[in-house]
Design a protein around this ligand. Structure first.
Ligand code: SF4
Ligand code: SF4
Length: 147
């Protein structure tokens, strides 16, 4: 997947999809693939769940991020996240989240088909986006957490 390869290259300096902040969930049942990454949730359950108080949500941008000075890599955030979005990057020896690449996400620019888009999200108008994410949540919980 070009998006994961590009993400890992930008974030770690090497192509290593295991360290990418985005991963692709392949749903064999429907033949549909979904990107899985941090949704920077309005009600981010990872924030109160972190025993270290290491996760914060920026009031202005809405970005959820991890303070690596406090994080102890326990991965509780991943366990409580509806999408299992936090990734333990062995290459960096830390838990990481998508940070939107400062507003110019390389996963989007590297996508050869234009399947990924970076668009404004209107909280009051969830529409099909939340429906899609609900499907992804079910798929992630049902498929990846069993392992
Ligand atoms: S890590 Fe999960 S719960 Fe936390 S903001 Fe991202 S998607 Fe939401
Ligand atoms: S892995 Fe880090 S950020 Fe996640 S819950 Fe543990 S201490 Fe908090």
């Amino acid at each position: 997947m070009m998006c994961a390869q590009a993400c890992s290259l930008v974030k770690t300096g090497t192509v290593n999809p295991a360290a990418a902040r985005i991963r692709i969930l392949d749903r064999e049942s429907s033949g549909i693939t979904h990107p899985v990454l941090c949704q920077h949730c309005v009600e981010a359950v990872c924030v109160p769940a972190c025993p270290q108080g290491a996760i914060g949500k920026d009031a202005k941008s809405g970005i959820v991020s991890i303070d690596h000075r406090l994080c102890v890599n326990c991965t509780i955030c991943r366990a409580v996240c509806p999408y299992a979005a936090p990734v333990y990057s062995a290459a960096e020896k830390r838990v990481v989240l998508c940070d939107h690449c400062g507003g110019e996400p390389v996963c989007v620019s590297s996508c050869p088909t234009g399947a990924l888009q970076y668009v404004a999200y209107e909280v009051d108008r969830p529409g099909p986006r939340l429906s899609a994410m609900a499907e992804i949540r079910v798929a992630v919980n049902g498929k990846e957490r069993r392992g």
